[in-house]
Write a protein that binds this ligand. Structure first.
Ligand code: DER
Length: 243
């Protein structure tokens, strides 16, 4: 499909530009675009990859991070974890939406806490996505809102803070589809999705900070001023690079 080929195009181009022979520790995010990142890295060859280690967004087997770890294992790449490698050369990850200043919404896959750890641990953080994610302002295409990981004990309190003080009256607890009850993250926490007015999302940094300060919030799915570049595959076979 046009979307799949645009994901592959973004991932391949980003890897060709940013995964250098001297890079030894590589962070791999989650979602449906990063498999093309791993695919392209494998194409760099056994020799190029034999001394590298790949860090997924998961330690033990789990649901959302599972895909990241399995990708590395299935591709016969060396698996490492962030405990052993707290400094990463380059992390590549997907995004739900990326604005003109490279701020992005992440957490569609309920994995944004571990993704932000790998993003922050990296000297260089690169985003790869299809054309739907390339927007002027956050909240343009991505409707569910800002994913927020919260400790279960505090979810109702955080929901009420969002409804009554932070300007997200429609914030809601993310319910699971394939199981009863709410989605539970790899870290045993709940996810709240909080939509905000476009005005508020023009500069997402203040709202990210306000949400992060709420007691009970573990991490916010707004990555502000973290990415060095974002690669988008377009429907016409070209690539857009935002820096
Ligand atoms: O949940 C996440 O943050 C993932 O990285 C996600 O945003 C990427 O999704 P996609 O690559 O499947 O579009």
């Amino acid at each position: 499909s046009a979307i799949e080929s645009s994901k592959r195009l973004a991932a391949y181009t980003a890897v060709d530009h940013y995964v250098k022979p001297e890079h030894r520790v590589i962070g791999i995010g989650s979602g449906s675009t990063v498999p093309y990142v791993v695919e392209r890295i494998v194409q760099q060859g056994v020799e190029a990859n034999k001394d590298r280690v790949f860090i997924p967004t998961v330690l033990a087997l789990s649901v959302s991070g599972f895909q990241s770890k399995e990708l590395i294992v299935e591709s016969r790449l060396n698996l490492g974890d962030v405990d052993q490698y707290p400094v990463i050369d380059v992390t590549l990850d997907g995004a739900d939406e990326v604005d003109r200043s490279l701020n992005c919404i992440k957490g569609g896959g309920a994995c944004h806490l571990r993704e932000k750890v790998l993003a922050e641990a990296a000297k260089t953080f690169i985003l790869v996505a299809d054309y739907r994610k390339n927007v002027e302002y956050l909240g343009t295409n991505w409707q569910p809102g800002v994913p927020i990981e919260v400790v279960p004990f505090a979810y109702a309190k955080v929901l009420s803070n969002l409804h009554n003080s932070l300007g997200s009256p429609n914030a809601s607890l993310r319910m699971a589809v394939k199981k009863a009850g709410p989605v539970v993250s790899d870290n045993g926490n709940f996810i709240i999705d909080a939509p905000f007015d476009q005005e508020k999302m023009k500069d997402p940094y203040p709202i990210m900070a306000q949400i992060k300060m709420l007691t009970g919030v573990v991490e916010v799915g707004l990555f502000c001023h973290m990415a060095e570049a974002a690669y988008f595959g377009n429907q016409d076979g070209t690539v857009t690079i935002k820096r």
